[in-house]
Design a protein around this ligand. Structure first.
Ligand code: ZN
Length: 383
């Protein structure tokens, strides 16, 4: 992971690989800080908010391919507390990989419109997973994982996942990859922290976080626009457990602590299905020079079948004052392969691209709307 984040371990205990027992204290996920996107002047607050909420989500119907680092050279040099620099591998043991595969299946079994597929070539993968001990558990958020090159991790697991309940750690990190932030930072939760107690608790093993990392992942409240819906879900897979003494309000958690029930909550499931609905059979055929109204509300998506009658370059474009992402896939025996995409969010232009399509092949165009000036007055066309 790059130096601009402070989650890179600058030192590790010399005994790190022995997995010391920390009396059952939970390891916490620490996601890397990312700056809030800056918009040009004239973009309204409502428009910004909708772009931030939906802009890191995938279009539903995307296949996300995942890869486990597997070469002896995959890893990095780390300075240990005994003053020695040692190579720490990113390669995980087979039983660790099995837990992560199980976690992908838990999301898939919900019936979401995003598919996961394991690949053995890092160049083919959007999600690249390392098991670097001492580097914690983390993932970049949503489509942000695409900003990282084929030799970089987008997700890490820094401790043993085969212990009871640890599959939830993997389910949680995949939740970040799907674009979900931490639920305990939901501004609607109304959590009042004993901040110094939180900093002190996280500074201890097994986490040993500095104040910046604790602030970014726990104390900081998310912008209301980064969370979907208004209610707080303390049972969410995206919520950490907290020991007693850290949460001042709601008061019952001060004495009891807060422990999510484990696994995906009912609201996690309804939330992920709203963002990534399963694909229906009916898909409108988009024909050349025929404009089709999109009739979408913010966050909604429509899919179109494209069946070119001749091999040539085609233009695709959205119309109307709107922000949207438009992605074209080729349907290869039911496997949707990414072809090209455009995202016009925050700009005065429309989503548009030109691409060569082959006669006799099948394509699918997916359009997700973030925001439109006039409800329902957007359209898509190819020619
Ligand atoms: Zn997390």
């Amino acid at each position: 992971m790059s130096d601009k984040y402070d989650t890179v371990p600058t030192s590790l205990r010399a005994s790190e690989d022995k997995e010391p027992d920390h009396a059952g204290k939970p390891h916490f996920c620490a996601i890397p800080p990312e700056p809030r996107r800056v918009f040009k002047p004239g973009v309204s607050a409502r428009r910004e908010n909708l772009i931030i909420l939906f802009g890191n989500k995938w279009v539903s119907g995307t296949t996300l391919r995942y890869y486990f680092f597997d070469r002896d050279t995959d890893g990095e040099k780390v300075l240990f507390t005994d003053g020695e620099e040692r190579f720490v591998s990113w390669v995980g043991a087979e039983e660790q990989l099995a837990v992560v595969r199980q976690a992908f299946k838990i999301w898939s079994d919900v019936g979401i419109g995003v598919r996961f597929q394991e690949v053995h070539d890092r160049e083919d993968a959007e999600i690249r997973i390392g098991f670097m001990k001492g580097d914690g558990a983390w993932s970049f958020l949503g489509r942000g994982i695409l900003d990282h090159g084929p030799n970089e991790r987008t997700m890490n697991f820094g401790w043993d996942l085969t212990r009871p309940g640890e599959v939830d750690t993997a389910v949680h990190e995949i939740g970040h990859t799907l674009g979900f932030p931490h639920e305990h930072q939901n501004p609607n939760a109304g959590i009042v922290w004993d901040e110094e107690a939180v900093y002190a608790a996280l500074a201890k093993p097994p986490n040993e976080w500095n104040r910046d990392k604790t602030f970014w992942n726990i104390i900081r409240k998310l912008d209301p626009t980064e969370v979907k819906g208004s209610a707080w879900d303390p049972d969410s897979i995206m919520h950490y457990p907290f020991e007693p003494g850290l949460i001042k309000e709601p008061v019952r958690f001060f004495e009891e602590g807060l422990r999510p029930h484990g696994g995906l909550s009912a609201r996690d499931i309804s939330w992920v299905l709203a963002l990534y609905p399963p694909e229906g059979d009916e898909m409108v055929l988009l024909k050349p020079a025929q404009s089709i109204p999109l009739e979408l509300t913010p966050g909604e998506q429509r899919n179109f079948r494209v069946a070119p009658q001749e091999t040539r370059k085609y233009d695709f474009r959205t119309f109307g004052a709107s922000d949207s992402v438009m992605v074209l896939f080729e349907n290869v025996d039911g496997d949707y392969r990414y072809v090209t995409a455009d995202d016009d969010s925050g700009e005065d232009t429309n989503a548009a691209f030109q691409v060569k399509l082959m006669k006799g092949r099948e394509y699918v165009l997916r359009v997700r709307l973030y925001h439109s000036e006039r409800q329902g007055q957007t359209a898509v066309m190819m020619w």
